[in-house]
Ligand binder design. Sequence first.
Ligand code: ASP
Length: 318
Amino acid sequence: MTFRAKHLLGIEHLSSEDIKTLLDLAAHYVDLNRRDIKHNDALAGLTQVNMFFENSTRTQASFELAGKRLGADVMNMAMQASSIKKGETLIDTALTLNAMHPDLLVVRHPQSGAVNLLAEKVNCAVLNAGDGRHEHPTQALLDALTIQRAKGRLHRLSIAICGDIAHSRVARSNIFLLGKMENRVRLVGPPTLMPAGVADWGVEVYGDMAEGLRDVDVVMMLRLQRERMDGAFIPSEREYYHRFGLDAAKLKVAKDDAIVMHPGPMNRGVEIDGTLADDINRSVIQEQVEMGVAVRMAAMDLLARNLRTSRQPEGVLV
Ligand code: ASP
């Protein structure tokens, strides 16, 4: 096993071997999750705390389920109701929590870099569940596992990531991961939604769906991240859907067996046509959700193994 990390803060600093280790273990957990009895004791005795400072449906639910299936004691902190509202800083909250001896801390925060900062202050394993527009590592891993299972491989594929790239942590983490696994990544969207410096990212950039989707194996759609926009980035949602919303007609230029992905939450009729999103012959959106639980089980299992190793007194072999 190569995975030696203490935290899972992003994809940027993982090696392709780390990614393979995570995905292999996640594949094992996909099988476990399909059985009647879905438990093992990989996290038995450990305490997992989920701190979500931003809304979440899928990610929080799947981290919670993942921890419970592995036997951890799982606590969801209601951050809306917590002392943060009373003006306590993120660091003070973290230190307070740290005093309760959690082993795994799952954190989502609206500010890029906040989770890295927190990881420096606590002595448990920290998992980034999405920080601002920076990274969302477990999303990229679950996307990778979905692609690998649908396409039979995770290299030399052509993958179009479309829409609001500028504000998307999902796009950033996927660009890192898919690049490390030697895929061709295309970004497709209006120039106003492309991040500054995108030319140096080792990707191809397109401003037009017909060109950007030509012959790709995978089409990954993104939500307009309105909560991260300060100003008008698109003329109107109607116009945006017309030019960049994915429907069956726009998908025609992709490979015949191209798959359609979306991290959720989806805005039907804005970035994707609802009928296409539900088309089980093209859309793997439900598989993404399934892979999410398995990937989070794998990530917490591997971090817990490293945590236990680091806590063993030197020279004692167990
Ligand atoms: N759920 C993903 C995220 O947290 C994508 C999105 O919100 O659009 O980044």
